[in-house]
Design a protein around this ligand. Structure first.
Ligand SMILES: [Cu+2]
Length: 174
């Protein structure tokens, strides 16, 4: 409960200090940057979410798991080409070295896979994603469901968004 209140406070602070298209959550040495998700497509009960983590501390931290009430199964995925087919695979730990920032989808294919959604995700909705770090513990953040086109102009890191879309549609077999 304390963390939830904390995150609401951070959210208010973030709303005051960031533009409409960015929000972040600061807990200890970690800042979770702009958690966002794609809307689900008609008839597809999965989607992908992204966030950044900035580690201003002196020790590496790791993401051990993610979870959300909007999806029955939530995993961190990476993707790679295998025989000309883009495949997704689960990543068990994502490391954020001291002093570094990792942004999902930025020069990498990392994403949070939301599987078996309880309901379709629509642009403008918000939901809570709880990220569990090895050292920082559980950090609940508010994820904004955004139009991928708008998101790309907001972060300009979506040069690979068409490939992403295709692989989400074709190679996802859980
Ligand atoms: Cu995936």
């Amino acid at each position: 409960m304390k963390k939830l209140i904390q995150s609401v406070l951070f959210c208010l602070a973030a709303a005051l200090s960031f533009s409409a298209h960015a929000h972040s959550f600061e807990v200890g040495d970690l800042t979770i940057i702009h958690p966002n998700a794609k809307p689900s497509r008609p008839g597809v009960l999965s989607s992908a979410a992204y966030f950044g983590v900035k580690n201003t501390g002196t020790a590496e931290d790791r993401i051990l798991s993610v979870r959300s009430d909007v999806a029955k199964h939530t995993e961190i995925h990476d993707m790679k080409m295998e025989n000309d087919v883009m495949r997704m695979f689960k990543v068990d730990d994502v490391r954020i070295p001291a002093g570094q920032t990792l942004k999902m989808g930025d020069n990498n294919k990392l994403h949070v896979m939301l599987m078996d959604l309880a309901a379709p995700l629509k642009v403008g909705e918000k939901f809570t994603l709880t990220i569990t770090f090895e050292k920082a513990g559980e950090i609940p953040v508010e994820v904004w469901v955004e139009d991928p086109k708008e998101a790309s102009s907001a972060h300009d890191h979506h040069e690979d968004s068409s490939a992403e879309k295709d692989s989400t549609a074709t190679a996802h077999q859980h």
